[in-house]
Design a protein around this ligand. Structure first.
Ligand code: NAP
Ligand code: HSE
Length: 428
């Protein structure tokens, strides 16, 4: 007799409906691969009558996700509603306490409550699987927890938000406005229910916090991330960066420094011809460096119905096969508290500023940079009007402290018309 694995799915939006479709359409393949009949017992969402483009006939309906999570006819609770707290967290806790394994795509909940949930799961002998939570269809959680388990991880970095990458590339390549590019990303199912999570860098920060925990054996530390989104990235910067053969990406980096764990998610320039620079649309890329493996690069669709449902189903199949491992790759009680450290490694920077077009203006800026020990690598001055001269500078490597000192000094002059834009340049 074939074994069975009964799912309860809360959340029937982009991801949830993608999962229902795979369970319905790939039943034979799933059964052949896992030796288990994977079925859906019951579902839940906010609005019962909504046309979701797929038949839900045969599944019980529960208005309350907590009630769904604790049903007797369920083996795995699949949480696909989203939200850091609220029904997502309440229902996951209820499921674990009721002896159910959990699969979720909810990075916000895991980045903030991951430690407590992992401890709860272990206390009840259950697993929480969340491949879809980071980088959509890319199996990066599996890569870190399984394939790279023998490595001391030295650095994790990458582009992990499809919405931001989509917006930035469509603005540059298709000349769309921010609003037009955002609307396209939304239509593709990339955007979070609260879009500020995407464009504010918070969603990508949640993902970085999860990867850091696995990579460095630390409790997820979302608050320790130096975080900035793409809302201040202007079309002028996108074009100017392209003109200097760079692209702007919302880039995350996590690494141990001598002082602690450095985690940052911020818009950076990367060389246009590099793998990160070539990354377009909703595609994500995660670069992992380990002492033995050296460097691996994972690339794939980071958002949307199919890729995300693919990741959820990978987790479901693992549970069906009886594969179990601790939430962050080692017992939750052995994870250390992260000690956050700001980046002190020098890097080159891109500066864009508007100078008053008068004799000596540029000399003042060059002197300020020189006084802070910052050397200019490249510089361009663009077509200026009667009074203003737009200037781009790429520096040699410098510390952020030296740059901040120079930026403060520039603000004291009578030639810099507005606070300059300063973006870090990363080479992978
Ligand atoms: P979505 O399209 O907005 O769908 C959310 C679903 O949850 C809807 O079906 C909604 O019901 C239901 N829901 C919301 N609040 C509820 C509540 N209080 N009680 C019951 N049901 C509730 O979201 P999504 O894009 O599928 O994302 C779901 C999760 O996956 C989130 O954690 C998200 O961060 C994560 N994720 C998404 C993607 C992606 O590409 N979209 C990728 C990776 C991870 P109604 O339909 O009735 O409104
Ligand atoms: N809103 C997220 C993104 C979905 O744009 O990447 C995938 O996690």
């Amino acid at each position: 007799m074939t074994a069975s694995l009964r799912l309860g799915i809360a959340g029937l939006g982009t991801v949830g409906i993608g999962v229902v479709k795979i369970v319905r359409q790939q039943a034979t393949l799933l059964s052949a691969r896992t030796g288990t009949q994977i079925t859906i017992s019951a579902v839940s969402a906010r609005t019962k009558g909504k046309d979701r483009g797929v038949s839900l006939a045969g599944y019980d309906w529960e208005d309350d996700p907590v009630k769904l999570a604790t049903r007797d006819d369920l083996d795995v609770y699949v949480e696909l509603m989203g939200g850091t707290d609220g029904p997502a967290k309440a229902s996951v806790e209820a499921a674990l306490k009721a002896g159910k394994d959990v699969v979720t795509a909810n990075k916000a909940m895991l980045a903030v409550h991951g430690q407590a949930l992992a401890e709860l799961a272990e206390e009840h002998g259950r697993v929480i699987r969340y491949e879809a939570a980071v980088a959509g269809g890319i199996p990066v959680i599996k890569a870190l927890t399984e394939g790279l388990a023998g490595n001391e991880i030295t650095r994790v970095m990458g582009v992990m938000n499809g919405t931001c990458n989509y917006i930035l590339t469509r603005m540059e390549k298709a000349g769309l406005t921010y609003e037009e590019a955002f609307a396209e990303a939304d239509g593709l199912g990339y955007v979070e229910a609260d879009p500020t999570l995407d464009v504010g860098g918070i969603d990508a920060g949640h993902k970085l916090a999860i990867l850091s925990a696995i990579a460095f054996g630390t409790k997820p530390d979302f608050d320790g991330i130096e975080l900035e989104g793409i809302t201040r990235v202007s079309i002028e910067d996108i074009r100017a960066a392209a003109d200097m053969e760079y692209r702007i990406k919302l880039l995350g980096v996590a690494q141990r420094t001598g002082r602690g764990l450095e985690q940052r998610m911020q818009p950076c320039l990367v060389p246009a011809n590099s793998p990160l620079g070539q990354l377009e649309g909703g595609t994500n890329m995660v670069v992992i460096e380990g002492h033995a493996v050296e460097q691996i690069v994972l690339r794939g669709p980071g958002a949307g119905e199919g890729p995300t449902a693919s990741a959820v189903m990978g987790d479901v199949c693992d549970i069906a096969r009886g594969f179990r491992l601790p939430v962050f790759g080692q017992p939750a009680t052995t994870l250390e508290a992260a000690k956050s450290a700001r980046s002190e490694l020098p890097a080159p920077y891109y500066l864009r500023m508007t100078l008053l077009d008068k004799p000596g203006a540029l000399a003042k800026i060059a002197a300020i940079l020189g006084n802070s020990g910052i050397s200019i690598d490249r510089m361009r001055q663009y077509g200026h009007d009667d009074t203003n001269a737009p200037v781009l500078i790429v520096t040699h490597k410098t510390s952020r402290a030296a740059l901040d000192e120079a930026l403060a000094a520039m603000g004291q002059t009578d030639v810099v018309m507005a606070p300059p834009v300063a973006l870090r340049i990363e080479h992978v």
